[in-house]
Design a binder for this molecule. Sequence first.
Ligand code: GLY
Ligand code: MN
Ligand code: MN
Length: 437
Amino acid sequence: MPAALYPAHLDTLLARTAEALARGGFDHLVVPSGTLHYQAFDDRDYPYAVNPQFKAWLPVTKAPGSWLVATPGQRPKLVFLQPHDYWHVVPEAPGGYWAGHFDIVVVRDAADAARHLPADPSRCAILGEAQSALGDYVPNNPPAVIAYLEYHRAFKTPYEVAMMREASRIGVRAHRAAERAFRAGASEFGIHLAYCQAAGQDANDLPYGNIVCLNEHAAVLHYTDRDRVPPKAARSFLIDAGASFGGYACDITRTYSADRGDEFQAMIDAVDAAQLKMCDAVRDGADYRQIHLDAHLALAVILRDAGILRITADDAVARGVSSAFFPHGIGHGIGLQVHDVAGFAASDAGGTIAKPEGHPYLRLTRTLAPGMAVTIEPGIYFIDMLLDELKAKGLGDTVDWDRVAAFKPYGGIRIEDDVVCTDGAPINLTREAFSAT
Ligand code: GLY
Ligand code: MN
Ligand code: MN
C-alpha cells in the first residue's frame, strides 16, 4: 500500500532537500504547483500540468496556484489555493494519508500565498516556471539544487514503486480492453476510446498521448492520428499507452497480429523473448548504454532469422544497418514524468554522460542502481524513409527487399515494459500487472 510507505518517502525527500539546499547555499525550498496556461489570443486554457517538483512531494496533481515550502528541521508546509469560484471545480480540501505530515494553510486568493512563504525570498531556492512568479517570489531554479534533486529522483523510494505499480495496474487493464477492441474490429479511434474508458482516464490524465496504430501506421514511432474508420483488413496492432496514478506514470507498448499463426506473430514472439532477456539485464551496476547496444545485436539476430538481413547480425550492427530497423533508444527513466529527468546526469553535482556515437535518441546513459526505474522497449519497424537511406548509403544489398515487402504491411513491433532495478532480480511492473489480470 502506498499510504503506509509515504512517511519514509517524505523522510527521504526531506533529507535530499537538506543536502540540496546546503549545496546551493539556501535555507528553504519553495515549489509552486504551477498555473494555468492560456492559448494565444484566446481565453481557453491548456490542460493544467502540475510542476513535477511539486508532485514529487504529494499526490496532488490538480491544485494550481499552491505552494510547498520545505525548511530543514521543520515540518513541510503546504499553502493550498482553494479559491471561491463557481466557474471551475475548486480543488478539494487537502486530505488523505499525506495531509497529516504538512502544516497546511488554505488561501482563497492566489496572491495571498505570498504571505505564507518564508520572509526572505533571497534565502529560497524556488523551483518552477517563470510564470509562477508571485511578487518577490520569482523562480530562480538554482542549478546546484536542481542537479542534486533530479539526480536522486532517479532512485525511487518504495512508496514511488508502489505508486508506479498502481499506474501499471490501470494501464494493463486498459491495454486488455484495447486488445479486445482490436480483435472486435474497432477503428484506431474506437480502440483509443475503449482504452480511455477502461483506464478511467483521458487526455487530461494520461501521462502522454496514446499511440494507437493499425497496420502500416505502426511504422510511425509516435503516431497520434486516429483513423475514425477501421481499415478493410486489420493485420496488426501496436499500442503504446500509459496511465497515471497520483502523479506517477506507466509507459507500456504491446503489438499484436490479427492472425496468431502468421510470421508477423512469430516475429512479435521473438521480440518479446528478446525483450524479456533485456529486462533481466536491469541490474545493479549495469550500464544502460550497454543494454541499448546489446539490444541492437539481439534484434539483428531476429532480422537475420526472419530472412530480412543478408549479412550477419554482428555486421548489421557494425555497419549501422540495425539502426534502420531499430531507430530509437532502448528506453528511458520513468517515474513522475514518463521520460524522467536526469537521464544523462554524471553525478548529483552536474556533468553529462555522453550517448554512444551513432545513437542520438538514447535518453538514458547512467549506470543502473537499486531504485532506478526504466523502460525497456525494443522495436523492429519497416520505415520507408530509413530504408531509402540505407539504399542511398550503398547498403541496399545487405537486405532482402522481398522479405521487407512481406513485413511492411504490418508496420512494426514494439514491446515496452517498466522495470525497477533492485539489489537482486529486477521487478517488472508491467509483466507483474499482466500476470495478475
Ligand atoms: N510512449 C513514449 C515512449 O515510449 O517513450
Ligand atoms: Mn517509453
Ligand atoms: Mn511508450
